[in-house]
Design a protein around this ligand. Structure first.
Ligand code: PMP
Length: 467
């Protein structure tokens, strides 16, 4: 146990939780008989729960967030110093950390220019959607309002972000959704048969998967399509790394039809894949980049919608028009804690060489997962980029039938019992693919990586043997 851990009286906390807290993303019925999980303390790669149990966190706070690890006093100090000086003013005025972080961020994003601060990934995406819609009105007489999104990608929990939601199991029971969001097919090579592209591989497959986007554009009418929103590597939809040749073709298609390219870096951003941003692996030239989770590693709530100067210019051309600018606000986009934390977060990533560590440890993670695949027939496919990896579990390698979700959950639960927290995607409806997820903090060591995959090895052996 961490030397600093003190349980105090957590009975009161657990009772308060049980009586009043509505946890995210989970069914509460089990809490009638078992205690809810409460995380009390964190240091580096590890967290301690209310029972005093230590966990190695292989998912950076559950959802790809705590990129620089837990217990960073320098971030806490930077935030404290800023808060006692100036905590908040609406972002129609600037702030010292807001301006300085914007400058630092743009230094890492050649070709991009302007930073719009908000609170969450969903909201950052909504801002990009609104800007694309406003451009459709300003430049194209109200045409080009359609925004394309991809099957299996996720862009957030608010209603317009859900309208661009590519995971049907998350959207069931929340419709109707906003109009003019149109789905394009996924690009997962492992399941290329679903796309009718089973005969292709490598770059031929990648280009053909991108051509499916063009087919949708032609079907809808290019004059109606204003934006295309994609994750560089799909996260919650199953850790889908793009096939070779895919992004080059996507970029060509956007240029050909004058479609604004919006890259959702909420998961991939700020180091997760071994570059500052996922899109930078693939030579993409985005018009919008949205980011959230790793921007301040969860030390403060901050998200950004970043645009090119070309996009920004469109919102200041007609100064006499009362609708000529981006008529939008996000109250907490004026909080200074976010950019203060983000500045220090970025300094840590640079000074500690965490991009390099991510590439190196990411290779080890993928190699270890490949070794598990050679040993466990239940692993159908292994994918990843940097410290962001997935192992898709199947009942049968030939048919690629997804493994029963209860077994996937049992693997996650067994790892948890061993003291290692891993994740699993797409488990909310039966029949969906089931991918174990790994996204340890960018500070992880070879020993951490080996401990994570050893736990998975043991869990798979035990769970599958018992099935
Ligand atoms: N985009 C992606 C790719 C995400 O994974 C998420 C969250 N998991 C979001 C957007 C939404 O972010 P938030 O939960 O901060 O609204």
């Amino acid at each position: 146990m961490n030397a600093n851990f003190q349980s105090n009286d957590l009975g009161e906390v657990i009772e308060a939780d049980r009586a009043h807290l509505w946890h995210h993303l989970i069914q509460h019925k089990p809490f009638e008989t078992i205690d809810p999980r409460i995380i009390v303390e964190g240091k580096g790669m590890r967290v301690w729960d209310a029972t005093g149990k230590e966990h190695l966190d292989a998912v950076s706070g559950g959802v790809w967030t705590v990129n620089v690890g837990y217990g960073r006093e320098s971030i806490a100090d930077a935030v404290r110093e800023q808060l006692v000086k100036m905590n908040y003013f609406a972002n129609s005025a600037g702030s010292i950390p807001g301006s300085l972080f914007a400058k630092k961020l743009i230094e890492k994003m050649p070709g991009m220019s302007r930073v719009y601060y908000v609170n969450s990934g969903s909201e950052a995406n909504e801002k990009a959607f609104k800007m694309i819609r406003q451009i459709a009105h300003k430049k194209y007489g109200g045409k080009k309002t359609k925004i394309l999104y991809r099957h299996r990608d996720y862009h957030g929990s608010t209603l317009a972000a859900m309208s661009a939601g590519g995971q049907d199991e998350r959207n069931a029971q929340y419709g109707p959704f906003a109009p003019d969001f149109v789905r394009v097919p996924h690009c997962l090579e492992y399941r290329k048969e679903e796309l009718g592209l089973g005969h292709l591989s490598g770059a031929d497959f990648g280009r053909a998967a991108a051509d499916l986007i063009e087919e949708v554009i032609l079907r809808e009418g290019p004059e109606t399509v204003g934006g295309l929103c994609l994750e560089p590597v799909t996260a919650g939809g199953g850790v889908i790394t793009p096939p070779e040749g895919y992004w080059e073709r996507v970029q060509e298609i956007c240029e050909k039809y004058d479609i604004l390219l919006h890259i959702d870096e909420v998961v991939c951003g700020v180091g997760r894949t071994g570059e500052w941003f996922g899109y930078q692996h693939y030579g993409i030239k985005p018009d919008f980049v949205t980011m959230a989770k790793g921007v301040a590693s969860g030390y403060a709530a901050i998200a950004c919608c970043v645009t090119t100067e070309k996009v920004f210019e469109m919102f200041k051309e007609d100064a006499s028009d009362p609708m000529g600018y981006f008529r939008d606000i996000s109250t907490f986009g004026g909080c200074t804690a976010g950019p203060a934390a983000a500045l220090e977060n970025m300094r840590i990533i640079e000074d500690e060489g965490l991009l390099e560590n991510t590439t190196k440890m990411g290779e080890r993670l993928l190699a270890n997962l490949e070794a598990l695949k050679a040993k466990h027939p239940v692993i159908g496919d292994v994918r990843g980029k940097g410290l962001f990896a997935g192992a898709e579990l199947v009942a049968d390698r030939e048919t690629k039938q997804p493994l029963d979700e209860k077994l996937c959950q049992a693997v996650v639960a067994d790892c948890m019992a061993q003291g290692v927290i891993i994740g699993v995607t797409n488990r909310s409806l039966p029949g969906f693919n089931n991918t174990l997820c790994f996204s340890p903090a960018l500070i992880c060591t070879a020993e951490d990586i080996d401990a994570i995959t050893e736990a998975v090895d043991k869990a798979l052996t035990k769970v599958i043997a018992a099935a």
